[in-house]
Design a protein around this ligand. Sequence first.
Ligand SMILES: [Zn+2]
Length: 284
Amino acid sequence: MGQLHLHTPFSDGAITLENILDANYEFVAISDHDDTSAFATYKNLEKVGIEVIPAVEISCFFYGKKLHILSYWPNTNNRTFQNALAAFRHRRRVRTTDQINRLRAEGFDISENDFKKYGIIVKKFIANEVVNKQSNKKRLEKENIHTANQFIKNYLSFGKPTYVSLKRTPAEEVLPYAGGVLVLAHPGRNITPGKDDFIVEQLAYQLNIQGIETGSRRHTPEVKEHYDNLADKLGLVKTTSNDVHMVEQIPYNLEPYAKVEELKDRLNYVNKRVENKDEMVANY
Ligand SMILES: [Zn+2]
């Protein structure tokens, strides 16, 4: 058994090599946000017999929706792909600095130095830091803010003066270059089951998505069932993962090795399709 979706300190996760060794995984996909650099370090796990699947979770934008798409065995050497990831990481860094400066101007005690241990800084980290700092407590109490989620709602959400937007990469500008087996991650978190199913269909028709992560700690049983049915209808692979960011999330939502084999079959299929396309163009 193993885990198909896991984040390391190269992005916003906390999972170290040691944590994975302790987990007794048979395989693990290293799937950081918009960054493929962790693989060089984590592939060392193969020395002790754990299969390490290179992966990446791509942030993108499609039909007006923010989506996360996993690529298993991506084309890490494709320059267009890496440039698209680098451009997005840059925009995210600029957004974070802007966000922190606005919060400071608003009177909160927070600094970029507070986040050195992470590869990327997400809203949740900013909110946690502000809420947990003693120096901010008095003010937050006065505003009746007690949790990070309340802080996000009042200060870091669309429409609030300290909100800063982040330009996402259009899916069609990054996915065709990513290669690998593309799987839509936790759709229930980003789109509405039923109403937005056409988006999943278009991902399959236009962008060659091969699977849906239907099993997720982020899905209710009803949402899982909905996407299981949609995956069957579209001929897509159904995967389960725990989108692991923290150590306590390590043991749940595992997959048997047969799922890795299913994904490898898809990889062969996708690569054949690319070869055939080249041939078709050459013979035309
Ligand atoms: Zn994730």
